[in-house]
Design a protein around this ligand. Structure first.
Ligand code: FAQ
Length: 312
Protein backbone atom coordinates (compact mmCIF):
# COMPACT_ATOMS: atom_id res chain seq x y z
CA UNK A 1 0.00 0.00 0.00
CA UNK A 2 1.31 3.47 -0.75
CA UNK A 3 1.44 6.12 1.94
CA UNK A 4 -1.73 7.84 0.82
CA UNK A 5 -3.77 4.63 1.03
CA UNK A 6 -2.29 3.78 4.42
CA UNK A 7 -3.20 7.23 5.75
CA UNK A 8 -6.76 6.86 4.44
CA UNK A 9 -7.13 3.47 6.09
CA UNK A 10 -5.60 4.80 9.32
CA UNK A 11 -7.98 7.77 9.39
CA UNK A 12 -10.95 5.51 8.61
CA UNK A 13 -10.07 3.35 11.62
CA UNK A 14 -10.01 6.45 13.82
CA UNK A 15 -13.35 7.56 12.36
CA UNK A 16 -14.83 4.17 13.32
CA UNK A 17 -13.65 4.72 16.89
CA UNK A 18 -11.01 1.98 16.80
CA UNK A 19 -7.95 2.38 19.00
CA UNK A 20 -4.53 2.55 17.37
CA UNK A 21 -2.15 0.11 19.07
CA UNK A 22 1.70 0.19 19.21
CA UNK A 23 2.31 -2.36 16.43
CA UNK A 24 -0.28 -0.84 14.05
CA UNK A 25 0.81 1.28 11.13
CA UNK A 26 0.63 5.00 11.91
CA UNK A 27 1.81 8.16 10.12
CA UNK A 28 5.22 9.29 11.36
CA UNK A 29 3.67 12.65 12.26
CA UNK A 30 1.06 10.95 14.52
CA UNK A 31 3.86 9.06 16.30
CA UNK A 32 5.90 12.24 16.77
CA UNK A 33 2.93 14.25 18.05
CA UNK A 34 2.14 11.53 20.59
CA UNK A 35 5.75 11.29 21.79
CA UNK A 36 5.80 15.08 22.20
CA UNK A 37 2.56 15.23 24.12
CA UNK A 38 2.93 12.10 26.25
CA UNK A 39 6.52 12.93 27.21
CA UNK A 40 5.58 16.52 28.16
CA UNK A 41 2.76 15.03 30.22
CA UNK A 42 5.11 12.53 31.92
CA UNK A 43 7.62 15.29 32.74
CA UNK A 44 4.76 17.39 34.17
CA UNK A 45 3.75 14.62 36.56
CA UNK A 46 7.31 14.19 37.82
CA UNK A 47 8.14 17.91 38.09
CA UNK A 48 4.65 18.29 39.58
CA UNK A 49 5.79 16.35 42.65
CA UNK A 50 8.08 19.22 43.67
CA UNK A 51 5.68 22.05 44.63
CA UNK A 52 3.63 19.79 46.90
CA UNK A 53 6.66 17.84 48.11
CA UNK A 54 7.86 21.15 49.52
CA UNK A 55 5.09 21.11 52.15
CA UNK A 56 5.29 17.44 53.27
CA UNK A 57 7.44 18.22 56.31
CA UNK A 58 5.10 21.06 57.29
CA UNK A 59 1.75 19.25 57.04
CA UNK A 60 -0.46 20.34 59.95
CA UNK A 61 -1.23 16.80 61.19
CA UNK A 62 -0.11 13.19 60.73
CA UNK A 63 -3.28 12.43 58.76
CA UNK A 64 -2.69 15.35 56.37
CA UNK A 65 0.93 14.28 55.97
CA UNK A 66 -0.03 10.69 55.07
CA UNK A 67 -2.57 11.86 52.50
CA UNK A 68 -0.12 14.31 50.91
CA UNK A 69 2.63 11.67 50.79
CA UNK A 70 0.24 9.28 49.03
CA UNK A 71 -0.74 11.99 46.53
CA UNK A 72 2.85 12.89 45.69
CA UNK A 73 3.67 9.18 45.26
CA UNK A 74 0.68 8.85 42.91
CA UNK A 75 2.16 11.60 40.72
CA UNK A 76 5.41 9.59 40.44
CA UNK A 77 3.30 6.59 39.41
CA UNK A 78 1.55 8.70 36.76
CA UNK A 79 4.95 9.68 35.40
CA UNK A 80 5.87 5.98 35.17
CA UNK A 81 2.68 4.99 33.32
CA UNK A 82 3.23 7.85 30.90
CA UNK A 83 6.92 7.14 30.22
CA UNK A 84 5.83 3.52 29.55
CA UNK A 85 3.11 4.74 27.16
CA UNK A 86 5.70 6.90 25.34
CA UNK A 87 8.06 3.91 25.09
CA UNK A 88 5.42 1.95 23.14
CA UNK A 89 6.08 4.48 20.35
CA UNK A 90 9.70 3.36 20.03
CA UNK A 91 11.48 5.96 22.14
CA UNK A 92 13.57 5.25 25.22
CA UNK A 93 12.65 6.93 28.50
CA UNK A 94 16.28 7.73 29.28
CA UNK A 95 16.35 9.81 26.09
CA UNK A 96 13.19 11.68 27.12
CA UNK A 97 14.46 12.28 30.65
CA UNK A 98 17.78 13.44 29.17
CA UNK A 99 15.88 16.08 27.15
CA UNK A 100 14.09 17.28 30.28
CA UNK A 101 17.29 17.54 32.31
CA UNK A 102 19.04 19.35 29.46
CA UNK A 103 16.25 21.97 29.55
CA UNK A 104 15.10 21.01 26.03
CA UNK A 105 11.69 19.51 26.90
CA UNK A 106 8.54 21.30 27.97
CA UNK A 107 6.42 20.47 31.02
CA UNK A 108 3.29 22.17 32.34
CA UNK A 109 3.69 25.86 33.16
CA UNK A 110 1.70 25.40 36.38
CA UNK A 111 4.58 23.74 38.23
CA UNK A 112 6.78 26.81 37.96
CA UNK A 113 4.92 28.68 40.70
CA UNK A 114 5.91 28.50 44.38
CA UNK A 115 3.91 26.83 47.17
CA UNK A 116 4.00 29.34 50.03
CA UNK A 117 1.57 28.02 52.66
CA UNK A 118 -0.46 24.93 53.56
CA UNK A 119 -3.47 26.50 51.80
CA UNK A 120 -1.58 26.07 48.51
CA UNK A 121 -1.82 22.29 48.96
CA UNK A 122 -5.61 22.49 49.16
CA UNK A 123 -5.83 24.86 46.21
CA UNK A 124 -3.49 22.75 44.02
CA UNK A 125 -5.65 19.67 44.68
CA UNK A 126 -8.83 21.61 43.93
CA UNK A 127 -7.77 23.76 40.95
CA UNK A 128 -4.69 22.08 39.44
CA UNK A 129 -5.95 18.50 39.75
CA UNK A 130 -9.42 19.80 38.84
CA UNK A 131 -8.06 21.28 35.60
CA UNK A 132 -6.01 18.14 34.93
CA UNK A 133 -9.18 15.99 35.29
CA UNK A 134 -11.12 18.11 32.78
CA UNK A 135 -8.25 17.80 30.28
CA UNK A 136 -7.52 14.12 30.96
CA UNK A 137 -11.12 12.89 30.91
CA UNK A 138 -11.09 14.07 27.30
CA UNK A 139 -7.71 12.37 26.70
CA UNK A 140 -9.08 9.08 28.09
CA UNK A 141 -10.95 8.90 24.76
CA UNK A 142 -7.78 9.52 22.72
CA UNK A 143 -7.29 7.38 19.63
CA UNK A 144 -3.96 5.91 20.85
CA UNK A 145 -4.73 2.87 23.03
CA UNK A 146 -1.85 2.98 25.56
CA UNK A 147 -2.34 6.71 26.22
CA UNK A 148 -6.10 6.45 26.62
CA UNK A 149 -5.81 3.49 29.01
CA UNK A 150 -3.18 5.29 31.10
CA UNK A 151 -5.56 8.27 31.30
CA UNK A 152 -8.44 6.18 32.66
CA UNK A 153 -6.39 5.03 35.63
CA UNK A 154 -4.78 8.43 36.18
CA UNK A 155 -8.17 10.17 36.20
CA UNK A 156 -9.43 7.86 38.94
CA UNK A 157 -6.49 8.85 41.12
CA UNK A 158 -6.77 12.55 40.22
CA UNK A 159 -10.39 12.48 41.41
CA UNK A 160 -9.18 11.45 44.85
CA UNK A 161 -6.57 14.23 44.69
CA UNK A 162 -9.16 16.82 43.83
CA UNK A 163 -11.44 15.77 46.67
CA UNK A 164 -8.65 15.90 49.24
CA UNK A 165 -7.73 19.39 47.98
CA UNK A 166 -11.28 20.68 48.04
CA UNK A 167 -11.75 19.26 51.54
CA UNK A 168 -8.69 21.20 52.77
CA UNK A 169 -10.01 24.34 51.06
CA UNK A 170 -13.51 23.92 52.56
CA UNK A 171 -12.03 23.32 56.03
CA UNK A 172 -9.85 26.42 55.88
CA UNK A 173 -12.63 28.54 54.35
CA UNK A 174 -14.78 27.93 57.41
CA UNK A 175 -11.85 28.16 59.85
CA UNK A 176 -10.34 31.15 61.65
CA UNK A 177 -10.16 34.53 59.85
CA UNK A 178 -6.43 33.90 59.35
CA UNK A 179 -7.10 30.49 57.71
CA UNK A 180 -9.74 32.04 55.47
CA UNK A 181 -7.32 34.80 54.49
CA UNK A 182 -4.62 32.20 53.69
CA UNK A 183 -6.89 30.12 51.48
CA UNK A 184 -8.24 33.17 49.63
CA UNK A 185 -4.65 34.33 49.04
CA UNK A 186 -3.77 30.91 47.60
CA UNK A 187 -6.81 31.03 45.27
CA UNK A 188 -5.76 34.52 44.13
CA UNK A 189 -2.29 33.24 43.20
CA UNK A 190 -3.29 29.91 41.55
CA UNK A 191 -6.41 30.88 39.57
CA UNK A 192 -4.78 32.41 36.46
CA UNK A 193 -1.96 29.81 36.28
CA UNK A 194 -4.65 27.08 36.44
CA UNK A 195 -6.45 28.61 33.44
CA UNK A 196 -3.10 28.65 31.59
CA UNK A 197 -2.77 24.88 31.97
CA UNK A 198 -5.16 24.42 29.03
CA UNK A 199 -2.66 26.07 26.67
CA UNK A 200 -2.98 29.04 24.28
CA UNK A 201 -6.25 30.12 22.65
CA UNK A 202 -7.37 27.78 19.85
CA UNK A 203 -6.39 30.43 17.29
CA UNK A 204 -2.80 30.41 18.65
CA UNK A 205 -2.49 26.64 19.10
CA UNK A 206 -0.35 25.19 16.28
CA UNK A 207 -0.88 21.53 17.28
CA UNK A 208 -4.63 21.44 17.91
CA UNK A 209 -5.93 21.01 14.34
CA UNK A 210 -3.77 17.95 13.67
CA UNK A 211 -4.40 16.42 17.11
CA UNK A 212 -8.15 16.86 16.71
CA UNK A 213 -8.17 15.41 13.19
CA UNK A 214 -6.53 12.28 14.59
CA UNK A 215 -8.71 12.35 17.72
CA UNK A 216 -5.82 12.54 20.13
CA UNK A 217 -7.64 15.61 21.44
CA UNK A 218 -11.40 15.59 21.02
CA UNK A 219 -11.98 19.03 22.56
CA UNK A 220 -10.05 22.24 22.03
CA UNK A 221 -7.98 24.19 24.60
CA UNK A 222 -10.64 26.93 24.88
CA UNK A 223 -13.56 24.47 25.14
CA UNK A 224 -11.86 22.66 28.03
CA UNK A 225 -10.88 25.90 29.77
CA UNK A 226 -14.52 27.06 29.61
CA UNK A 227 -15.73 23.74 31.00
CA UNK A 228 -13.27 24.06 33.89
CA UNK A 229 -14.46 27.60 34.70
CA UNK A 230 -18.12 26.50 34.55
CA UNK A 231 -17.45 23.65 36.97
CA UNK A 232 -15.28 25.67 39.35
CA UNK A 233 -17.28 28.87 39.89
CA UNK A 234 -20.11 27.11 41.80
CA UNK A 235 -17.51 25.20 43.86
CA UNK A 236 -15.90 28.51 44.88
CA UNK A 237 -19.30 29.97 45.74
CA UNK A 238 -20.19 26.92 47.85
CA UNK A 239 -17.26 27.57 50.19
CA UNK A 240 -17.52 31.38 50.13
CA UNK A 241 -14.31 32.06 48.18
CA UNK A 242 -13.87 34.67 45.44
CA UNK A 243 -12.20 33.91 42.12
CA UNK A 244 -9.91 36.86 41.34
CA UNK A 245 -11.50 38.07 38.11
CA UNK A 246 -13.63 41.26 37.94
CA UNK A 247 -14.91 40.17 34.49
CA UNK A 248 -16.38 36.89 35.72
CA UNK A 249 -20.10 36.86 34.91
CA UNK A 250 -22.76 34.32 34.01
CA UNK A 251 -24.17 34.48 30.49
CA UNK A 252 -27.80 33.33 30.52
CA UNK A 253 -27.87 32.73 26.79
CA UNK A 254 -24.79 30.52 26.51
CA UNK A 255 -24.94 29.03 30.00
CA UNK A 256 -21.24 29.84 30.39
CA UNK A 257 -19.31 31.75 33.02
CA UNK A 258 -17.46 34.40 31.01
CA UNK A 259 -14.04 35.36 32.28
CA UNK A 260 -11.35 37.98 31.69
CA UNK A 261 -8.35 37.70 29.37
CA UNK A 262 -5.40 35.64 30.53
CA UNK A 263 -1.96 37.22 30.85
CA UNK A 264 -0.40 35.48 27.83
CA UNK A 265 2.86 37.34 28.21
CA UNK A 266 3.31 35.72 31.60
CA UNK A 267 2.27 32.33 30.17
CA UNK A 268 4.89 32.39 27.39
CA UNK A 269 7.57 33.69 29.76
CA UNK A 270 6.93 30.68 32.04
CA UNK A 271 6.83 28.22 29.11
CA UNK A 272 10.16 29.60 27.85
CA UNK A 273 11.83 28.94 31.22
CA UNK A 274 11.50 32.35 32.88
CA UNK A 275 8.77 31.67 35.43
CA UNK A 276 9.19 32.23 39.17
CA UNK A 277 10.45 28.68 39.88
CA UNK A 278 11.70 27.21 36.55
CA UNK A 279 15.37 27.23 37.54
CA UNK A 280 14.74 25.75 41.01
CA UNK A 281 12.54 22.99 39.56
CA UNK A 282 15.17 21.93 37.03
CA UNK A 283 17.91 22.08 39.63
CA UNK A 284 15.86 19.85 41.98
CA UNK A 285 15.19 17.33 39.16
CA UNK A 286 18.89 17.20 38.21
CA UNK A 287 19.90 16.59 41.82
CA UNK A 288 17.24 13.88 42.26
CA UNK A 289 18.42 12.19 39.05
CA UNK A 290 22.01 12.23 40.27
CA UNK A 291 21.02 10.89 43.70
CA UNK A 292 19.02 8.08 42.08
CA UNK A 293 21.90 6.95 39.91
CA UNK A 294 22.92 4.06 42.16
CA UNK A 295 19.36 2.67 42.02
CA UNK A 296 19.37 2.67 38.21
CA UNK A 297 22.82 1.05 38.15
CA UNK A 298 21.75 -1.63 40.64
CA UNK A 299 18.58 -2.37 38.63
CA UNK A 300 20.55 -2.62 35.39
CA UNK A 301 23.13 -4.93 36.99
CA UNK A 302 20.32 -7.14 38.34
CA UNK A 303 18.63 -7.29 34.94
CA UNK A 304 21.94 -8.22 33.26
CA UNK A 305 22.54 -10.98 35.81
CA UNK A 306 19.04 -12.43 35.37
CA UNK A 307 19.47 -12.61 31.61
CA UNK A 308 22.91 -14.24 31.73
CA UNK A 309 22.82 -17.90 30.63
CA UNK A 310 23.43 -20.20 33.62
CA UNK A 311 26.85 -21.89 33.62
CA UNK A 312 26.83 -25.68 33.14
N1 FAQ B 1 2.60 24.58 29.84
O1 FAQ B 1 -0.40 23.84 20.19
P1 FAQ B 1 -0.62 23.85 21.65
C1 FAQ B 1 -1.14 17.50 36.02
C2 FAQ B 1 2.97 24.40 24.75
S1 FAQ B 1 -0.54 17.10 34.50
C3 FAQ B 1 3.69 24.42 29.08
O2 FAQ B 1 -1.97 24.22 22.15
P2 FAQ B 1 -1.07 21.12 22.45
C4 FAQ B 1 -1.27 16.43 37.05
C5 FAQ B 1 2.71 23.15 23.93
O3 FAQ B 1 3.40 22.04 24.47
C6 FAQ B 1 -0.47 18.64 33.60
N2 FAQ B 1 3.64 24.36 27.73
O4 FAQ B 1 -0.18 22.42 22.25
C7 FAQ B 1 -0.76 16.91 38.35
C8 FAQ B 1 3.21 23.58 22.57
O5 FAQ B 1 4.63 23.50 22.52
P3 FAQ B 1 5.43 22.51 21.51
C9 FAQ B 1 0.05 18.40 32.26
C10 FAQ B 1 2.41 24.47 27.16
O6 FAQ B 1 -0.17 19.99 22.71
C11 FAQ B 1 -1.55 17.65 39.20
C12 FAQ B 1 2.87 25.06 22.53
O7 FAQ B 1 2.70 25.48 23.88
N3 FAQ B 1 -0.98 17.83 31.43
O8 FAQ B 1 -1.40 18.61 36.19
C13 FAQ B 1 1.24 24.63 27.90
O9 FAQ B 1 -2.06 20.99 21.31
C14 FAQ B 1 -1.06 18.09 40.44
C15 FAQ B 1 1.61 25.35 21.72
O10 FAQ B 1 0.45 24.78 22.39
C16 FAQ B 1 -0.71 17.41 30.19
O11 FAQ B 1 0.40 17.47 29.73
C17 FAQ B 1 1.36 24.68 29.30
N4 FAQ B 1 0.31 24.85 30.11
O12 FAQ B 1 -1.95 21.45 23.75
C18 FAQ B 1 0.54 16.59 38.73
C19 FAQ B 1 -1.88 16.84 29.43
N5 FAQ B 1 0.19 24.71 27.05
O13 FAQ B 1 5.38 21.14 22.10
C20 FAQ B 1 1.05 17.03 39.97
C21 FAQ B 1 -1.52 16.42 28.03
C22 FAQ B 1 0.70 24.62 25.81
O14 FAQ B 1 4.75 22.57 20.17
C23 FAQ B 1 0.23 17.77 40.81
N6 FAQ B 1 -1.27 17.54 27.17
N7 FAQ B 1 2.04 24.48 25.88
O15 FAQ B 1 6.83 23.06 21.50
C24 FAQ B 1 -2.23 18.28 26.56
O16 FAQ B 1 -3.41 18.08 26.76
C25 FAQ B 1 -1.78 19.31 25.58
O17 FAQ B 1 -0.44 19.03 25.21
C26 FAQ B 1 -1.90 20.79 26.08
C27 FAQ B 1 -1.31 21.70 24.99
C28 FAQ B 1 -3.35 21.14 26.30
C29 FAQ B 1 -1.10 20.99 27.36
Amino acid sequence: MDDQKQIQEFEARIERGEKIEPKDWMPERYRRQLIRMISQHAHSEVVGMLPEGNLITRAPSLKRKLVLLAKVQDEAGHGLYLYCAAETLGVDRSELIGQLLAGKAKYSSIFNYPTLTWADIGVIGWLVDGAAIVNQTMLAKASYGPYSRAMIRICKEENFHKRQGYEIVATMAKGTPEQKRMVQDAVNRWWQPSLMMFGPHDTDSPNSAELMRWQVKTKSNDELRQRFVNLTVPQAQAVGLTLPDPDLRYNDETGNWEFGEIDWEEFWAVVRGNGPMNKERMQARREAHQEGRWVREAAEAYARKRHQPKAG
